[in-house]
Design a protein around this ligand. Sequence first.
Ligand SMILES: [Zn+2]
Length: 244
Amino acid sequence: MGLRIEDINHLLGISPPWEVSEIKQDKAKFTAEIHVVCSDRSVLRCPDCDKVCPGYNHRLRKWRHTGICDYRTQVVAHVPRVMCSEHGIKTVSVPWTEARVHFTTAFEARVIEWLQDATSISAVASRMGVSWTMVAHICVDETSSKKGHNYITVVSNPKTGTVLYVGEGRTIASLEGYYDGCSSAQLDALESVSVDMWPAYISATKARVPGADEKIAFDRFHVAKYIGTAVDEVRRQENRELRK
Ligand SMILES: [Zn+2]
């Protein structure tokens, strides 16, 4: 496990009494929730006068946050309300909204590491024990962190959307990692591999999957994306020529 809660607190700029309690991820829905808790309710302050006040109750709140690696991310916390003798019932201030904290590149990188750990091939393999042979169709995509520095390769079941494998980078080796975890019978049983039109994925599939030429499918989504990129490139070239 590459990521510790203390690291997340530090990288998010969360300080006591607040701390991250857990990160929940839903791999099928590509969502993540960062749960933050207030560990000491004896130091709650009125946001108007900064006086320490008795707690009144709390409200569950969620904040939409910068996506991590295409995971729609929310910060979730029960935020205390205090009873100030002068200002009445007030919601305490929380550091992450005050500072408008954005996840740093370092944080994103660590979370990507964590996601990779969480979906390691061994974890997937143990879960796949029963249904592995039913995975006759796979879908391969590349995705990146917001700034596009860290690519990962995601193999999923196109019917259920279940993530089967996550590999670092978007190289031939990134996808070969998935095929390495398959027996030759399982590779034979693959009926279709829907890939991004990314040469490394095509090469890895041709090298490892018997009869790959008949099995590789460029689905409408991937083709549309590829054509979109090609059209953009043509436009850029035209613009450059026009400027001359
Ligand atoms: Zn007050």
